[in-house]
Design a protein around this ligand. Structure first.
Ligand code: NAD
Length: 494
């Protein structure tokens, strides 16, 4: 069985771990690899390597940083299929979707290649006699990135290209469920010419995360995961004096107005609800049908669901298994709860027949859900689409704004005025207009509102550059030979 270990100071870590975890192939249900779990001493070694590397990497020229980023981008592009296969093997998502996440992550690398422009400051000449003022931004030091299972390549790439481009060094703690993509990327960084210690990977669970959160050598934490852990990471990290951005869970509503194109809306609902088996933080999980279109929309979604092909992700069907048996069972328990609480079970994914021990669950459609139900309030994070019916735009808006999460949302309509009103009034960080999964491009920033984000900074884009740098303003005067005399007064700036 393959043993996955940490990557510290440009090489695999050879120390024997005190604890390890199992990695499964979700399509077969078999344990295929084991992964080392870091303790505090391992975290110390990774942070030490990052600290030493920072002393030289922060002084590397912008030209050199850009060259390394370009080289990494090329290597990632060449190895996309291999990385996708690793992801499918441990996560379960279909190959084309795994390759897609690498592509979206690479867009952040491409954005970071523009770092010479992104770090440009302002310059004001002659603010007072012979005095100039200018601003610069500098890296902050070793930074930690803690990522979830659902995007093992893309989510780390939301952060580390920008962090490294800004002159920082990185300790990445990927999900212990699918850590191989991170290890592969570490090797590609080495091939790209990144100096040792700039990019380190440690594996593990709460013990490793807790050690990072309070480590004095770590200057910032970028976390993505469930809301309870995001809140904990934010509170613990900020108490330890660190800058923290902690992205949490989601419940994304898709509002369908009566004038919408129902064929387009039904396609979008199915793609956004069941893609990656619903294990996406931007997945649509609630359809808000503004009557009278409820019945017509549900019928269209149901008929499309019958055509979804489910199987081993490596064979590229439409939908693969869920990540673990425990997660599959948790999602199934929500289907049972929804039915028990009074929802109409239009399609029951538990009835899926598939041979073998894989962690499969079919797509599910629940209709007539109400705001009191657990299927409405909780993030389910599986292939379960729920329909809630309302009578007006205002009722739909009140529902979305009243929900604890505010990650993504979409509105489907042909009325530009209604769409514009929604974009203005909705309390959600990322909004799609006739676009079901409005993930921002790399040069914008990704992040939600309310319980979907703790902290002030969203990921990548200019907010990412600011998160990974500190501003400094310099006021300078070079004395000319005519200068002389003492003046204790405040400058007159004339
Ligand atoms: P998770 O919260 O279980 O784990 C995330 C990370 O935290 C992992 O690295 C894990 O090892 C670590 N962790 C787990 N338990 C911990 C604990 N008690 N103390 C400290 N660290 C702990 O999340 P997950 O199941 O891996 O991922 C799914 C979740 O991530 C969903 O809630 C999803 O919405 C969310 N997510 C959010 C976004 C976003 O942009 N907002 C993006 C992707 C995923």
């Amino acid at each position: 069985m393959d043993q996955i270990t940490h990557w510290i100071n440009g090489a695999p870590d050879i120390s024997k771990p005190n604890r390890t975890g199992n990695i499964y192939n979700p399509a077969s249900g078999k344990c295929t690899k084991s992964v080392a779990f870091a303790d505090a001493a391992t975290i110390d070694r990774a942070v030490d390597a990052a600290t030493v590397a920072f002393t030289t990497w922060r002084h590397s020229s912008l030209t050199r940083r850009t060259q390394v980023l370009f080289a990494f981008r090329e290597l990632m592009q060449q190895n996309k299929e291999k990385i996708a296969a690793l992801i499918t093997d441990e996560h379960g998502k279909v190959l084309s979707d795994a390759a897609g996440e690498v592509t979206r992550g690479l867009e952040v690398v491409e954005f970071a290649c523009g770092i010479p422009h992104l770090l440009k400051g302002a310059f004001s000449e002659e603010v007072s006699s012979g005095v100039d003022v200018y601003s610069i931004r500098q890296g902050i030091g070793p930074v930690a990135i803690i990522s979830p299972f659902n995007f093992p390549a893309m989510v780390p790439m939301w952060f580390f290209p920008v962090a490294i481009a800004c002159g920082n060094t990185v300790v990445l703690k990927p999900s212990e469920k699918d850590p191989s993509a991170s290890m592969f990327m570490a090797q590609l960084w080495r091939q790209a010419g990144l100096p040792q210690g700039v990019f380190n990977v440690v594996h593990g669970d709460k013990e490793a995360v807790d050690a990072l959160l309070v480590h004095p050598g770590i200057k910032s934490i970028s976390f993505v995961g469930s809301t309870a852990i995001a809140r904990y990471v934010y509170e613990t990290g900020t108490q330890a004096g660190k800058r923290v951005q902690a992205l949490g869970g989601a419940k994304n509503h898709m509002v369908v107005l009566p004038d919408a194109d129902l064929e387009l809306a039904a396609d979008a609902a199915v793609n956004a609800g069941f893609g990656s088996a619903g294990e996406r933080c931007m997945a649509i999980s609630v359809i808000v049908a503004v009557e009278p279109i409820g019945n017509a929309l549900v019928a269209r979604i149901k008929s499309r669901m019958a055509n979804i092909k489910i199987g081993d992700g490596s064979q590229n069907p439409d939908m693969g298994p869920l990540v673990t048996a425990a997660h599959r069972d948790k999602v199934a328990s929500y289907i049972a709860a929804g039915a028990q609480e009074g929802a109409t079970l239009v399609v029951d994914g538990r009835e899926l027949k598939i041979t073998g021990d894989g962690f499969f669950l079919g797509p599910t459609l629940l209709d007539h859900i109400t705001p009191e139900m657990s299927v409405y309030n909780d993030e389910i994070f599986g292939p379960v689409l729920s329909v809630i019916r309302v009578n007006s735009y205002d009722e739909a808006l009140a529902l979305v704004n009243g929900h604890q999460y505010g990650n993504g949302t979409a509105i489907f309509t042909n009325d530009g005025g209604a769409a514009r009103r929604y974009q203005n009034e909705v309390e959600v960080g990322m909004v799609g207009i006739n676009v079901p999964i409005p993930v921002p491009m790399a040069y914008y920033s990704f992040g939600g509102w309310k319980n979907s984000l703790f902290g002030d900074s969203h990921a990548h884009g200019i907010e990412g550059v600011h998160f990974f740098t500190r501003g400094k303003v310099v006021t300078s005067r070079w004395l000319d030979p005519s200068h002389g005399g003492i003046n204790l007064g405040f400058p007159q700036n004339d």
